[in-house]
Design a protein around this ligand. Sequence first.
Ligand SMILES: [Zn+2]
Ligand SMILES: [Zn+2]
Length: 370
Amino acid sequence: MRIQAAVLRERAGAFKIEDVDLAEPGPEEVLVEIAGTGFCHTDLLPRIDGFMAEPPLILGHEGAGVVTATGPGVTDVAVGSHVVLSFDHCGTCPACVDGHPAYCRSFWRRNLVGRTDDDGGRARDHAGGSIGAQWFGQSSFASHALAEARNVVPVPDGVPLELLGPLACGVLTGAGSVFRVLQVARGTSTAIYGAGAVGLSAVMAAASANAEYVIAVDRHRARLDLALELGATHVVDSTGLSVGEIASQVKKISRGGTDTALDTTGAPSVVTAGVGALRPQGTLGLVSAVAGTIELPGDALATGKTVTGILEGDAVPHELIPELIELWRQGRLPFDRLIRTYPMSEINQAEADMASGETIKAVLIPGATT
Ligand SMILES: [Zn+2]
Ligand SMILES: [Zn+2]
C-alpha cells in the first residue's frame, strides 16, 4: 500500500517526507495507522558514520496507533485495536523466555538494523528502490507501520492515543529502570543524573514509589525546575561543579549517599560522580552507552557497590506499558508534560529543538498541518 514516511536518505541529511510502498502484513504481522510517534535519541544513531543501519531508512520506534490490517496467525489484536509499538524481540531465546526481552539474543539485528531487500525488507520508494524499514520492528516515522504482532501492546480507549508512543521506549526506560532494576522503594534514596525524557520519567517513577529522596542532577535550570514539579525532592545544578563536588552535594542531601542512582547522560565524569555518591551496597544503572571510558578509583566498588547497564528498563512491555497508563490516569506519572507535538512534516524542526534542549520529547503527528 502507498504510505507517507519521513525518509533519512543520507547520514547527515534532513528527513524528507516521501510516498513509500509498504507490503501488506505477512504471518504474525500487523499494519498500524500511526496516531503519533515519539522521537528518541536512538533514532539518531544512523547519523553516525559506520553505524550498522545505513540510509535510506525509515526510523521511529515509539509509535502508537490503530491496527488497520492483520496477517495470518495474529490473535492478540484485531482491526481497530489501539496499540503502542514497542521494541522487537524473538520470544523464544533464553532471555525472552526468562522474561527479559530487552536482552533478546537477536535484539540488535531486530531493532537497530532496518530490514532491506537482503533481509526481507518490504518498503520501496517511488522508483522501486529498497528502503530500510521495520527499525525496532516498526519504522513509525510514517503514516503507517508494519509491526510484529508480538511487539504491539494493546492499550485501553479513553487515553490520548497520539501521546502514548513514548511509553514504548523513553518513559519505559526511565520507569522500568526505577521499578524493575533499581527497585526504588518507599523511604529509600535515589539520584537521577540527567533530566531529559528518560531521567524525568525516572524521577516521576521514583516519586510514585514514595522514595524519601529523589535527587535530580542536571546543568539546565529549567529542567531542574520541571523535575521539582514532577516529584524530585531535591535538585543539584551541576554547572561548573567538579566530579567530587557533585558527589559530595548528592551525599550531603541524602545523608551519606543514595541507595540507588540512574545515569541517563552517558557522560563518563557523571558516572564517576554517581558511583562516588552511592552508599555502601548501592547500585547505579546506566541507560545509555557511555561515550568514552569510565574512570573509577580502584576502591570505588569496594563497599559492595554495583554498576549495571540497563536496556529498555529491562521491561516486559506488555506488562509495564499498561501499568504506566494506569499511573498516568492516577496523576502519578504525568509523562504528557514532557511532550511537545509536531506535524510529521516538521520532523527536522523537532530534531533541532530536541538537540538544542528546547523540547524534551517531540511527538510527531502524521497528517497534522499545524
Ligand atoms: Zn528509544
Ligand atoms: Zn529473544
